[in-house]
Write a protein that binds this ligand. Structure first.
Ligand SMILES: *Cc1c(COP(=O)(O)O)cnc(C)c1O
Length: 364
């Protein structure tokens, strides 16, 4: 089976973990500090703070953005659930804005009508690894005095007008979960240029601590261990190499799948680079997705669906007052997406298998 995701773990990662084990100090320490320094440098920001998941990263960023109970936060209905849950963790209200059908990202032309006096922040998601329409987002945020918390969990290394994700908003949030473009099993990073916000995040990830046994506010244990940090340091060294392989594979898939009736291959909008966390095709409405995916899997292609439902279809979001029909683009695309393997371990031979399987499966 050609799996939909496959982490690349080599001797460098093994050696780095062993060094931490031999040091006897496994909790947050020098490896996490090294990761933070290198990550900030890579993204071109002043601060990077490591935490133990992408979800924690978003929670920390929203906290540092000053989001409080009763505030509204604008985001997309089409993402992983971890984009929206941290809004609820802070007692704030998620306000959803439909997506653009070409990029799967938030439709920036629909944001301003959703802004109210209670709006505090926007969480744009660079879905599948393609940056959002950042010029428009930055203009809207500035005009309405909103903080931008970028969910870049799928987009490490992607650029908009030559600027890297993580430095496009007030905060950038990354995940190092096992299937992400670079990973350490579980982990996350928040980036920011604000000294004050960085201090707030340092405190929030450690029980709200501001000095030994001084707790200024409610906080959590969101620290990353040095075992995870050691893996992440090695993975970050390879991010460009992994990205290049994903982009080459996407290019080959585009060529191989061109002209097949019944599918639409992914597009990249102007002024940005796509890092293909997922390579996601869109099926025509008349094609039975379940049958198509079963057929692909029978042929050795581990296709996936990211994501089968829009966020407002889940009960804890629906109960906030949303119903099916509210975000027609997200609902339509959720019913028609299929992601194909594109990760660095996918070989040219695999690409041929994937292309042939799609051709055969699309015709039933
Ligand atoms: C993976 C992911 C997250 C959360 O990351 P975890 O590390 O699993 O908590 C958030 N948003 C998006 C878009 C993601 O893909």
């Amino acid at each position: 089976m050609i799996n939909i995701a496959a982490p690349v773990i080599d001797s460098e990662e093994r050696r780095a973990v062993n060094e931490v084990i031999e040091s006897g100090m496994l909790a947050q320490g020098p490896k996490v500090a090294e990761l933070e320094k290198n990550w900030a440098e890579y993204c071109g920001v002043k601060h990077a703070l490591a935490v133990n998941s992408g979800t924690a990263a978003i929670h920390c960023a929203l906290y540092a953005a000053g989001v409080k109970e009763g505030d509204e936060v604008i985001t997309t209905p089409y993402s992983f659930i971890a984009t929206i849950n941290p809004i609820l963790m802070l007692g704030a209200h998620p306000v959803l804005v439909d997506i653009d059908e070409e990029t799967f990202n938030i439709d920036v032309s629909k944001i301003e009508v959703a802004i109210t006096e209670k709006t505090k922040a926007i969480i744009p998601v660079d879905l599948y690894g393609q940056p959002c329409d950042w010029t428009e987002l930055q203009e809207i945020a500035e005009k309405h005095n909103l903080k931008i918390v970028e969910d870049a969990c799928q987009a490490i290394g992607a650029e908009y007008k030559g600027v890297k994700t993580g430095s496009l908003g007030d905060f950038g949030c990354f995940s190092l979960y096992a299937t992400k473009n670079i990973m350490c099993g579980e982990g996350g990073v928040v980036t920011t240029n604000s000294d004050e916000a960085a201090a707030a995040i340092r405190s929030f990830r450690q029980h709200g601590m501001v000095a030994p046994y001084e707790y200024a506010d409610l906080g959590y244990n969101y620290r990353m261990s040095d075992l995870h940090g050691a893996i992440a340091v090695e993975q970050l060294k390879k991010v460009e190499e992994f990205t290049k392989k994903r982009q080459e594979n996407a290019c080959k898939l585009n060529d191989g799948l061109a002209g097949i009736v019944g599918i639409k291959t992914p597009t990249v909008s102007d002024n940005r680079s796509h890092v293909y966390h997922q390579y996601t095709i869109l099926l025509d409405k008349n094609i039975q997705r379940d049958q198509f995916i079963t057929s692909l899997r029978d042929k050795g292609v581990g296709a996936g669906i990211y994501y089968p439902k829009p966020l407002h279809a889940y009960p804890h979001i629906a109960k906030l007052g949303y119903k099916i029909g509210d975000f027609p683009v997200a609902e339509d695309l959720a019913a028609r997406v299929v992601s194909l393997p594109v990760h660095p371990k996918v070989t040219d031979e695999d690409i041929e298998i994937i292309v042939a399987a799609v051709k055969e499966s699309i015709n039933g």
